[in-house]
Design a protein around this ligand. Structure first.
Ligand SMILES: O=C(O)CCC(=O)C(=O)O
Length: 200
């Protein structure tokens, strides 16, 4: 897979292809491979093949409650801080020609982090991130490449697709966060997604 986006990407969807250098990626994958405490992920009542770890806060789809989770560890805060700085630079540039770039916030406002582990053949179905979370969602990809599909909620024929290679940062804000759903089709190799969110 070598292309990065399709045409017609919605305002508020941005890719930073090279947030992490290869050596940093390898170090992080080794850390993630050794991480303990993975929990099963359910989606629309079904147990999925993904597993997850929550830091800062944990959101239950079933109860719609946000509960405290263990603090975001230092190594993950370092990734978050890089992601926020890169998002500010990337989305800030777009804001000049596109009014739909939403508030980003400071790194410390990204109080919630989830790590999703996708084994081969796992993905995540169409969804939007929960409304309890803020207007900007940042995800760093590691491991195997994956597609991220976007579909307009009111006009599902409108689609866009981004390639998430290892070390890439995906920024979802503005219209893309509000009016579009997203999914990750089944992956062909083990993958991690490190996501950082603010609270409303
Ligand atoms: O795996 C990804 O890149 C996206 C994850 C996602 O959509 C989510 O955590 O809600």
């Amino acid at each position: 897979m070598d292309s990065q986006t399709t045409t017609g990407a919605p305002p508020g969807a941005f890719l930073v292809a090279d947030l992490l250098a290869p050596a940093e990626r390898d170090q992080l994958v080794a850390r993630l491979d050794a991480l303990e405490g993975w929990g099963g992920a359910t989606f629309r009542g079904q147990v999925t093949r993904r597993s997850m770890i929550w830091f800062g806060t944990a959101y239950s789809i079933a109860t719609r409650r946000v509960d405290p989770a263990p603090p975001i560890p230092g190594w993950l805060r370092a990734v978050r801080d890089r992601a926020v700085a890169a998002a500010r630079a990337r989305a800030g540039i777009a804001a000049h020609d596109d009014d739909d770039c939403a508030f980003l916030g400071s790194p410390d406002e990204f109080v919630s982090s989830t790590i999703i582990r996708y084994p081969v053949g796992a993905g995540i179905g169409w969804h939007s991130d929960a409304p309890v979370y803020g207007p900007t969602v940042l995800t760093v990809s590691l491991g195997a490449p994956a597609w991220l599909d976007l579909r307009h909620k009111a006009d599902p024929a409108r689609r866009a697709r981004f390639l998430l290679n290892a070390g890439a940062l995906f920024i979802l804000t503005g219209e893309a966060r509000r009016d579009w759903a997203h999914r990750v089709p089944p992956v062909r190799g083990p993958r991690y997604a490190l996501t950082f969110r603010t609270r409303r």
